[in-house]
Design a protein around this ligand. Structure first.
Ligand code: ZN
Length: 207
């Protein structure tokens, strides 16, 4: 696809940090294809399968290791114009996750896991596609392209990220040792709010 060359034309490599022009991305987003949707329970299973395949049985989970094992390059980016958390770009054999260089490491980890969610849930079998996230919960950019399925896909990617970084079995086991959300967040290297939501969604604590 022609636009990918244009995107790369805007990237200036500075020791693994690049700058990316937002309007060029806009061109890249035209004509991308939608993937399929999955149920929440399948997402949990899918994340577990991927952890078993690609990750040692330890916490905290390293989403970079999973990306690399899948042949996805992860690049830290100084986005020049807009607030973007991250994006995933599939172009044939080239698979890249771009993550906002200025965000806190804990947030970057979640973003990478979220983009992996788009990859494993929405981009399988697709040779040419891009997801851009201007925040973890919503992407105005993708809304233009995907319409009503957008929020559903964001929820799915977030569910995947939570399942990947906070595997159910580990969370249940560690909760019995700590009974402390802050301590749990440290153990799993996630934000306290992400851990709080995960504990609620797993029915371990009450909202
Ligand atoms: Zn997303």
């Amino acid at each position: 696809m022609q636009q990918i060359g244009e995107v790369k034309g805007w990237c200036i490599h500075v020791s693994n940090i690049i700058r990316m022009d937002f309007n060029t991305l806009r061109g890249r987003l035209k004509g991308m294809t939608t993937g399929f949707q999955e149920k929440i329970v399948d997402i949990e299973e899918k994340a577990n399968d991927i952890l078993e395949r690609y990750h040692p049985q330890i916490i905290p989970i390293d989403p970079l290791e999973i990306a690399n094992a899948e042949g996805i390059e992860v690049i830290s980016v100084e986005f020049t114009e807009e607030e973007i958390s991250g994006l995933i770009d599939i172009d044939g054999m080239e698979k890249t996750i771009f993550v906002n260089h200025f965000h806190h490491p804990v947030r970057k980890r979640f973003t990478i896991a979220h983009e992996l969610g788009h990859y494993f849930l929405h981009l399988q079998g697709i040779r040419d596609g891009v997801y851009v996230d201007n925040s973890i919960n919503e992407s105005f950019f993708r809304k233009e392209v995907y319409g009503d399925t957008d929020k559903q896909k964001e929820r799915e990617a977030n569910q995947f990220a939570a399942s990947l970084l906070m595997p159910k079995n580990w969370v249940e086991a560690k909760w019995k040792e700590t009974y402390d959300i802050g301590e749990m967040a440290k153990l799993f290297n996630v934000s306290s709010s992400a851990m709080g939501y995960r504990l609620i969604n797993l029915g371990i604590i009450q909202a």
